[in-house]
Design a protein around this ligand. Structure first.
Ligand code: SF4
Length: 249
């Protein structure tokens, strides 16, 4: 079983900038019987990108597909066979590093493609040595994620970049995250043909759809994302509807 995947449209944009992103997609929420998103909200659960692209394509009359089944299998392995899972992850990351070198690209890794687990908490073994977490085991490799979990102990991890995600009902956490220096990913309910608002919540907006390479973003910004898939119909407050001033032609 392959744990990591590449190839979504935003990853392809990153390749043009010289980066090869490998993403771990687990089953979000409690779809596997195990909760992987401790701070999920009604809105984000309903609009989750788990069902974007091929992950959301089902044969007539079916409610699952091979992609969803694989995500559930991987998640069960994470919870039920943690040591084997982490060993598998180490091997897949090593493979990704080698593949990227052949392509002349810099490998980067996002472990919470469709989950929000605190990977800094899980020890791993690499080359017979125990490390506190996967980031320490690959100290010269860049990792990044989005999270809704405030207070993760990641400040001392130089190769792990976290962007905090705004959602319905987590305004207080967003305010604290801004105080703590996080960029805030915010989904805007505006058409892709329209520009992002220049500012939101008093901070400049940076277009986060240009690539997924969040560790390259300027600091102190709102990372604006256009609503996609089910999020286009969200009315829970997960998707934000800013006022946009259009410039006269
Ligand atoms: S926290 Fe993220 S991965 Fe989990 S349900 Fe919400 S949007 Fe999906």
């Amino acid at each position: 079983m392959k744990l990591l995947s590449t190839g979504n449209p935003k990853v392809l944009k990153g390749m043009k900038q010289g980066y090869n992103t490998y993403i771990l997609h687990l089953a979000p929420a409690d779809l596997s019987g195990y909760e992987t998103c401790p701070k999920r909200t009604t809105g984000c659960t309903g609009s989750c990108l788990n069902l974007a692209g091929r992950g959301g394509m089902f044969k007539r009359g079916e409610t699952t597909n091979v992609i969803q089944q694989a995500r559930i299998r991987k998640t069960k392995m994470f919870f039920e066979q943690r040591i084997e899972f982490m060993a598998h992850l180490v091997k897949d990351i090593e493979l990704g590093i080698k593949q990227s070198a052949r392509l002349g690209l810099t490998p980067v890794f996002r472990l919470n493609g469709t989950s929000d687990l605190s990977f800094e908490k899980y020890p791993v073994i690499r080359n017979s040595k125990i490390y506190r977490n996967i980031f320490e085991a690959f100290a010269d490799i860049q990792f990044y994620d989005y999270t809704k979990v405030l207070g993760r102990k990641v400040n001392s991890i130089a190769n792990y970049s976290l962007t905090f995600s705004a959602a319905d009902g987590n305004d207080a956490d967003v305010a604290k995250a801004i105080e703590q220096g996080y960029n805030i990913a915010t989904v805007f309910g505006i058409k892709k043909t329209l520009p992002m608002p220049e500012t939101y919540m008093g901070l400049p907006v940076f277009n986060g759809d240009e690539s997924d390479l969040r560790f390259l973003d300027p600091r102190g910004v709102i990372v604006g994302l256009y609503a996609k898939g089910k999020a286009k119909k969200d009315l829970t407050g997960f998707v934000k509807y800013p006022t946009i001033m259009l410039k006269a032609a």
